[in-house]
Design a protein. Structure first.
Length: 388
């Protein structure tokens, strides 16, 4: 089944006084010059589907003219969705720097709505996933996990709170003996929650990378894509930059998947013992899933070091297509795809791969500065909206 956006209203948000899409088609192409507000529309849809913004804004800053007393001081996004023959009206109000959500007229906590309408976002920055920091690649996995599982979301939130609290103690632990005792109690939280998050994330990572491998092969069947999840409890001398073949990669993944929660806890405990002095000196937690790395490989060579720009873009595209397929497979619902100005960043072959994947199957909102990136048959089926 597909989640379908059937009505969208954006009011007093960013540069939009009022923007409306009524009876959206399966494919919506929004055309406009730079700074015309195309990306703001994508952000608005993300806020009522994924319930977050890739811009990570100060919420008071997204309200149009928030300091002008003659203007309204609330931004509002209203969207109607049809999913499995059920109509869902999701509204988000931003007022006084806070977000408030409602579902079918009843106020709801944001966390209650996560995963209700699955979506996948593809922005130009994603083309740099290979070269970006490991934090960006970890977030890619965690964002999928949050949309698919409330358990995953709770574990992740609890773990992040633990790291925040533990880091605060580490900043002062050399000053007071009492903080040393506190640190030990938070060590236990880190180990227990860290092992839980690790086991959930590695299972999700394995399924995700299998989808990504298949899509990369479709994009370029002459190259071999593989990946590796490197836990923070791995010794540096155990790390390798080269996989000789797919068997090496899959054998490594199998070992991680077969690790029990107890085994992971033991690994985390042992590693914590070896880095205690470093943690005190750096005043931050150096072991746990928040420090794990994710690496991609082309023909056995680490992509971050050796991949061409074209290969990096192929990996990014395969990751997004794999994300679509994984969410569909696990949730049973076809996610909405949000493409912000990425078509012009892809060459003809990669654009064709993307269009084949979405054509007629996934409701897609695309922004672009012009229509030259799209073929005639695609344009005939699309709802084209021009921004002044």
């Amino acid at each position: 089944m597909s989640a379908l956006l059937t009505d969208l209203q954006i009011h007093n948000f960013r540069n939009h006084d009022l923007f409306v899409i009524q009876e959206p088609r399966q494919l919506i192409i929004i055309i406009g010059k730079n700074a015309s507000g195309k990306t703001n529309i994508i952000e608005a849809v993300q806020l009522v589907t994924m319930l977050e913004s890739f811009k990570n804004p100060l919420w008071s800053s997204v309200i149009k003219n928030p300091t002008d007393k003659e203007q309204e001081t609330t931004a509002r996004i209203k969207a109607m969705f049809l999913q499995n023959e059920r109509i869902m009206n999701i509204q988000m109000d931003i007022h006084e720097g806070k977000r408030e959500y409602s579902l079918n007229g009843k106020k709801r906590n944001r966390l209650d709505l996560i995963g209700l309408i699955p979506a996948v976002l593809f922005v130009p920055d994603d083309l740099m996933l290979v070269k970006s920091s490991s934090e960006v690649r970890r977030k890619l996995i965690d964002d999928i996990g949050q949309q698919l599982s409330s358990t995953y979301l709770k574990i992740l939130n609890d773990y992040q709170k633990t790291i925040k609290q533990r880091n605060a103690i580490l900043k002062n632990c050399f000053m007071e003996k009492q903080n040393q005792i506190l640190l030990e109690s938070w060590d236990e939280n880190l180990i227990v929650l860290g092992a839980l998050l690790f086991t959930h994330r590695v299972r999700l990572f394995q399924r995700y990378m299998e989808k990504t491998r298949l899509f990369y092969q479709k994009i370029n069947n002459e190259e071999r894509f593989s990946s590796r999840y490197i836990p923070s409890f791995t010794d540096e001398d155990e790390e390798e930059d080269v996989f000789n073949n797919d068997a090496d990669s899959r054998e490594y993944e199998t070992k991680l998947l077969q690790m029990s929660k107890t085994e992971v806890e033991k690994k985390l405990f042992d590693r914590l013992e070896t880095v205690r002095e470093k943690e005190r000196l750096q005043a931050r937690s150096l072991v746990g899933p928040h420090r794990d790395d994710i690496r991609f490989y082309i023909n056995g060579l680490e992509a971050r070091k050796f991949a061409s720009q074209g290969q990096q873009r192929s990996i990014a595209l395969a990751l997004k297509l794999g994300q679509l397929e994984l969410i569909r497979e696990i949730s049973g619902n076809q996610p909405i795809l949000l493409l912000d100005d990425v078509m012009s960043e892809l060459d003809e072959g990669r654009r064709a791969s993307l269009i084949r994947a979405i054509d007629g199957q996934i409701q897609t909102i695309i922004t672009s500065t012009d229509l030259s990136c799209f073929n005639e048959s695609l344009l005939q089926s699309a709802q084209i909206i021009e921004l002044s």
